[in-house]
Design a protein around this ligand. Sequence first.
Ligand code: SAM
Length: 278
Amino acid sequence: MSAIDGLPPLREVIATHDLRAKKQLGQNFLLDLNLTSKIARQAGDLSGSDVLEIGPGPGGLTRGLLAEGARHVLAIEKDARALPALAEIAAAYPGRLTVIHGDALDIDPLAHLTPPIRIAANLPYNVGTELLIRWLTPAEWPPFWETLTLMFQREVAERIVAQPGSKAYGRLAVLAQWRSDAKIVMSLPPEAFVPAPKVHSAVVQLTALPAPRFPADAEILSRVVAAAFNQRRKMLRSALKGLHPDIEGKLNAAGIAPTARAEEIGLEAFCALARSLA
Ligand code: SAM
């Protein structure tokens, strides 16, 4: 029995339900419940919040979130093999865990959640990045969530918090920092996971700002930064030429030298450019 909840240890859960990790689902499980509780605590005070968890797997982080007092957890898992293990957790926390079987990229969770809502996940990085972009770029702000507590490969986490002028600075940094406070709150070595991935991981905590730092249309800003960083070594007048017939004029209007490169441009200037292209 585990100290945090009286349920069996995760190694036993995995053996009982034959949850051998599948590479194609990006499965690297966290088995240490002290660690998953620590990650859950990074998400803030959960007692008054619903938590959306994507990819609960055998339920290590789910159990951390519930043990840390989450009012309600909605967990979306693609792998049907994990459902019996998650049902055991739901039985131990009556009325506090709802599990949906499906692909998080296809499911709208909002019908099952009551604000305030926090999001926590340890996901394969490609799914995590795609969801992060969606959560950061709705047309209206503030979004449905208050905080995101997300595990990424360390290198992706660094891209989220990167500053202009660095190699890691790009689309993720601009979109994340435009509308949220983003910081790395934990670093984890490969051995924290079973099986151990090749790379280090980190937990990023994003807190939604009440309003974006600078006005801009989310869709236009997304298009501008995608184009600018797609060809990051080119001058902006050529990287962005597909966006407007007079892109030099638009860059000048936004106070950006047409010969500058994307990684030199800060958030405020990207937003000014998005406004001049609107
Ligand atoms: N949260 C667990 C933990 O920390 O031990 C599992 C983490 S494992 C890295 C990623 C989990 O996400 C797996 O359980 C996998 O089946 C699930 N998953 C992968 N793609 C998914 C998707 N598109 N929608 C929902 N779950 C997904």
